[in-house]
Each structure stands twice: as structure tokens, then as C-alpha cells.
Design a protein around this ligand. Structure first.
Ligand code: ADP
Ligand code: MG
Length: 254
């Protein structure tokens, strides 16, 4: 097979040129980073699990009419997606106080919020993803008011749907980060959900024990990181056939 052209290597994924114009291949790595790249490590099997988990959640969201970049999974670590023009924002939706929100407002982690809160951060590793307001976003031209209305409405629909889906398998969706992109079709532009939804980008707590089932186990050195990601996949009914032993997957696919 011809070697594909690598477009970008990020912290958790590699993007390759897709087989057809307007498509990309997302390759999910086991690399883990936290605190804006200051902490680095590997979580064995993470890429395989995140590929599956993101596929599953994007397919379910697609079924309720949320447009996504997902096309199909190609293999253990890769999925085909539509290439979009990424809107340079990390959109964070919070249901329960945790992480930076708990720190900033002096809230105890685990305090339910009066209502879901949507926050925007400017995607820039160099600047440490600073929080921004709609004013900054529209003034700097990252998105216009109409785009932001659409992003907010999609974010809240995604939150409602995923909260219910995860609650059904005993998981509380505390908060999560998503990215959106612009998909052009002639003169039409549609904003679609892009990137990934996985335990890397969500805070997921067991509904009964409160145990963390996400990247906070890595960030805070809690141990049991691999097991937590596996448990999320198991509850969603999507552990790869051979079980955890299968998780390393083929070593090289580029
Ligand atoms: P980063 O270190 O920048 O977070 P990742 O390792 O998460 O990078 O790799 C994914 C990168 O690809 C991100 O920068 C993300 O914005 C971008 N991306 C995700 N989905 C798409 C898509 N459909 N089209 C173009 N770029 C995308
Ligand atoms: Mg990323």
C-alpha cells in the first residue's frame, strides 16, 4: 500500500490524507498529555478504545440528527472522517463543578451546577488555550454570531443526549470538550461536530461510587487508567472482540 501523506501530528492523534478528496484518516495514538503538554505518558490501548468510543458516540449522535465529521471506522486505530475547517475553539460543556471551574470559583468538585454551562477556549498550545468570550470570538473573526448560536445549540443537544446515554450505563457526564468545523458544499456551509469524544476529552464518574473513569486518572496519578478506559467501552458494549488482550492492535499502519 502506498504510504499516505501525513497532514498533522497532534498530541493524541495523527491526521493523514484520506482516500478520497475531502476526507482524512484519524489515527488514534496511545500518547497521553496533560497540563498543556507538561505531563506526558502512554496509556496502553487508549488509541484503540478512543477510536471505538468516539465512533460509537458520533454514530449515536448522527442518528438523532447531529451532523458529525465521522464517515466510518477503518481498523483498530483509524477512522475516516470528512475534512473540515476547524473552528479554533475548544467548546466545554459542564454539568457538575470539576477541574478549572471548581478551582476558579472555589467550588467543591462534584457540586452540581444550577444549569449546564458552556465555555469557549481559544485553541492554542502556545498560549495555553485561554478562555475567551463571544466578544473575543466575533471580534477576532474565529466565528460569527450565527455560527455561535449554532455551536451553542448543538453543544446543548449533544450534552443532553450524551448525559442520558451515559446515565443509562451508570456514568455521570461531569463535563466534556468538543470541537466543531465548517463543512462546505457548494455555496452551503454546515457546522459539524469534529475531532473526538472519548475519556480523553470527558470527565466521566461512576454514578454509584463516584470513581473517575477518564483522563483525570492519568492527570492526577490515580492508577488504573487503562482499566478505566476499558470499563467505559465495556459499559457501552463496544469492547473489541478479543477483550482487553486485543487492545494493543497492529503496531504500524502508516
Ligand atoms: P491536538 O494536539 O491539536 O489536540 P490531536 O492529537 O487531538 O491534536 O489531533 C487532532 C487534530 O485534528 C486537532 O488539531 C483537531 O482540531 C483536528 N481535527 C479533528 N477533526 C478534524 C477534521 N474533521 N478535519 C480537520 N481537522 C480535524
Ligand atoms: Mg486534541
Amino acid at each position: 500500500m502506498a504510504r499516505r501523506r501525513q497532514i498533522y501530528e497532534g498530541k493524541a492523534k495523527v491526521l493523514f490524507e484520506g482516500p478520497e478528496p475531502g476526507t482524512l484518516v484519524q489515527y488514534f495514538k496511545d500518547d497521553a498529555t496533560a497540563f498543556n503538554n507538561q505531563k506526558r505518558g502512554t496509556i496502553t490501548g487508549k488509541g484503540v478504545l478512543n477510536n471505538r468510543i468516539s465512533e460509537y458516540l458520533m454514530l449515536r449522535l448522527g442518528e438523532i440528527g447531529v451532523p458529525t465529521h465521522f464517515v466510518r471506522r477503518l481498523n483498530m486505530r483509524e477512522q475516516l472522517v470528512r475534512e473540515v475547517e476547524i473552528i479554533p475553539l475548544e467548546v466545554v460543556i459542564r454539568n457538575v463543578a470539576a477541574g478549572s471551574l471548581a478551582t476558579r470559583f472555589g467550588l467543591t468538585e462534584g457540586t452540581p451546577l444550577p444549569r449546564s454551562i458552556v465555555e469557549y477556549y481559544f485553541k492554542s498550545d502556545a498560549l495555553g488555550d485561554p478562555m475567551v468570550s463571544e466578544e473575543h470570538i466575533t471580534a477576532f473573526g474565529w466565528a460569527n454570531t450565527q455560527d455561535l448560536d449554532e455551536i451553542m445549540s448543538l453543544a446543548l443537544r449533544i450534552n443532553d443526549f450524551l448525559s442520558g446515554l451515559l446515565l443509562g450505563v451508570g456514568i455521570r457526564l461531569v463535563d466534556f470538550k468538543i470541537e466543531f468545523g465548517r463543512l462546505y458544499n457548494g455555496d452551503d456551509m454546515q457546522i459539524v461536530l469534529a475531532d473526538e469524544i472519548s475519556p480523553d476529552s470527558c470527565r466521566l464518574w461512576d454514578i454509584h461510587t463516584g470513581d473517575k473513569m477518564d483522563k483525570d486518572r492519568f492527570r492526577r496519578d490515580l492508577g488504573g487508567v487503562e482499566e478505566a478506559y476499558q470499563e467505559v467501552a465495556r459499559r457501552l458494549g463496544i469492547l473489541p472482540e478479543g477483550g482487553p488482550r486485543d487492545l494493543k492492535g497492529p503496531q504500524t499502519m502508516q
